[in-house]
Ligand binder design. Structure first.
Ligand code: HEC
Length: 211
């Protein structure tokens, strides 16, 4: 992945998700009725984050605020942990193939500060691509194959979970690997097998994803 693409992703993330999360944490105590969702796509603010261009040949242009707010909201489906081969509970994957799709993120059900914090974690782990998408980096065929784990050396938790991606069911009977959630790059497995959300020095994570 090129630096330019990563920079674009990061900018989108900083403006798109981090700001609402930061603001929602600041408003405590916070009855749902008084919650103010901040405006995300602020054209003036976007212009102010751009550095002077080295070359003016192809100036970047952001989508308009009007277009941003007309885009459909991406659904966040319920997701399930991916176990390494040999670590999966008996019957786990077959069970997933029997499940109906379910929406995990529904603002109508979020009442308390704790609800919103938990929903932020859902958004952090929400994928933006699936197996068939060309930008998907990790596919079902890989995560079900022990050779892939040996080849890329992906770290696992103590429970044998590969924590950088999760199974998602958007259609009953089709289990997909959700890709490019924030957590795919910003998850780190520590030496003791625990998992943290990491922002700095994440190149060790990216190294196995791009392997
Ligand atoms: C494809 C990989 C990738 C994905 C997906 C991704 N990021 Fe990042 N992100 C990066 C990289 C690379 C950096 C720069 C990290 C560094 O310098 O150590 C970064 C930096 C950041 C930073 C700045 C961290 C700092 O210390 O300054 C934040 C905040 C951040 N990302 C949030 C997010 C959020 C929120 C999402 C999901 C909406 C997300 N990222 C998805 C790769 C990714």
């Amino acid at each position: 992945m090129t630096t330019q693409r990563l920079t674009a992703v990061t900018l989108f993330l900083l403006t798109g998700i981090c700001v609402p999360l930061a603001v929602s944490r600041a408003q405590k105590p916070d009855p749902a009725s008084s919650r103010v969702v901040p405006s995300t796509w602020d054209e003036e603010a976007l212009r102010s984050v751009a550095l002077p261009l080295a070359s003016t040949g192809a100036p970047p242009e952001h989508i308009s605020r009007d277009y941003y707010y007309r885009m459909p909201v991406r659904p966040i489906y319920k997701s399930y942990p991916i176990y390494a081969p040999g670590r999966e509970p008996a019957g786990y994957f077959d069970h997933l193939t029997q499940l109906e799709p379910a929406i995990a993120f529904d603002p109508a059900t979020l009442k308390t500060e704790a609800d919103w914090t938990a929903a932020g974690e859902l958004a952090f782990d929400a994928p933006i691509a699936y197996d068939a998408d060309p930008i998907a980096l990790v596919k079902l065929s890989a995560v079900r194959n022990s050779t892939w784990y040996r080849r890329v050396g992906v770290p696992l938790t103590n429970d044998g979970v590969m924590p950088y991606a999760r199974y998602v069911i958007r259609t009953k009977g089709t289990v997909e690997v959700g890709n490019l959630a924030c957590g795919m790059c910003h998850t780190r497995v520590m030496a003791d097998g625990s998992v943290i959300c990491a922002t700095g020095h994440i190149l060790d994570t990216l190294a196995w994803i791009l392997a």
